[in-house]
Design a protein around this ligand. Structure first.
Ligand code: HXC
Length: 281
């Protein structure tokens, strides 16, 4: 947890602040004193975020914009820079669904790639250009996913888009680092947010499987991520640049290690294995 109000008199832009992780990020940054600016497609959910931020005496402004409408997004970014010194950008807005890849239309791919990859590239370029012009030291955090690195079956548009954003993150970290702009990524595993569960989880039994296969035996909470993102936007992380931090309780490593399935063996079985070894010696 950060101390006090490190973002007082500073502005942070968070994309997709109406629901799920985006809403939690808005609340967290407001609680740390930031003036929060967010946009998303649905006015009613953005208004709900604003009411929740008001309830903690925070400061938030929003506009209903689809991230694929670059002109409207760029105008919104312009407005925020006229109001306050913007020091952070969190690219959170996403679109995703499960499907067999061979069943997807090209437009389905285009929708997800336009939202996740092109949307985040546009905001990053627009905000960073303004930082360069004003010589502001800014920080960008891109919300990725653990499968941005490994890929994942049945969510290929999202995997392709997030994988592209992962490469973009590391590329501009080097290119814009000398100009005082840090770019990092956070790669969440299973987090129970409204959007993720509605679009990606076939039924309740799958939630149980996700918990059981996680080394921490639980799902992540939005607070787990928003604390990490706040740290990465803050000056406390001023030497972290181009890093992708996985936050999944160890889920993806669990899937990768050849002998990790032995965690299913119970104590009695381990006793037998041990005794067997002693006998052989
Ligand atoms: C197959 C689908 C589809 C589905 C839409 N399409 N949903 N194809 N399966 N479930 C296709 C449509 O048929 C259409 O293609 C094209 O996609 C565009 O669909 P539209 O309905 O026009 O909507 P659009 O607004 O462009 O699409 C947005 C979306 C939607 C991505 C499809 O799901 C969305 O906006 N979701 C927002 C919320 C969300 O997904 N949050 C989850 C993020 S969580 P045709 O050819 O018919 O025109 C996340 C975390 C990952 O990413 C980690 C989790 C563990």
């Amino acid at each position: 947890m950060l101390e006090g109000t490190p973002f007082k008199n500073k502005g942070v832009i968070i994309t997709g602040g109406g629901t799920g992780l985006g809403q939690s990020l808005c609340l967290k940054f407001a609680s740390y004193g930031a003036s929060v600016y967010t946009f998303g497609r649905t006015e009613s959910t953005l208004e709900e975020t604003k009411q929740r931020v008001n309830a903690i005496n925070g400061n938030l402004e929003y506009k209903a914009i689809d991230i694929r409408n670059f002109d409207a997004v760029n105008e919104f970014i312009d407005e925020t820079f006229r109001k306050i010194e913007i020091i952070g950008l969190v690219n959170n807005a996403a679109g995703n669904f499960i499907s067999r890849t061979e069943d997807l239309s090209m437009n389905a791919f285009k929708s997800v790639i336009d939202i996740v990859l092109m949307g985040s590239i546009n905001t990053s370029v627009q905000v960073s250009r303004r930082w360069m012009e004003r010589k502001i030291r800014g920080s960008v955090v891109n919300i990725l996913t653990s499968y941005a690195d490994t890929g994942s079956a049945f969510v290929t548009p999202s995997a392709a888009a997030k994988g592209g954003l992962r490469a973009f993150t590391r590329s501009v970290a080097v290119e814009w680092g000398p100009k005082g702009i840090r770019t990092n990524g956070v790669a969440p595993g299973p987090f129970k947010t409204q959007g993720a569960w509605k679009n990606l989880i076939p039924d309740d039994s799958y939630e149980k499987i996700l918990k059981e296969k996680n080394p921490m035996r639980r799902l992540g909470t939005t607070d787990d991520i928003s604390e990490l993102v706040s740290y990465l936007i803050s000056d406390y992380s001023s030497f972290i640049n181009g890093e992708i931090i996985t936050i999944d309780g160890g889920e993806w490593i669990q899937g990768a290690g050849q002998f990790n399935m032995l965690s299913q063996i119970d104590d009695n079985m381990w006793d037998m294995i041990r005794k067997n070894r002693v006998k052989k010696e």
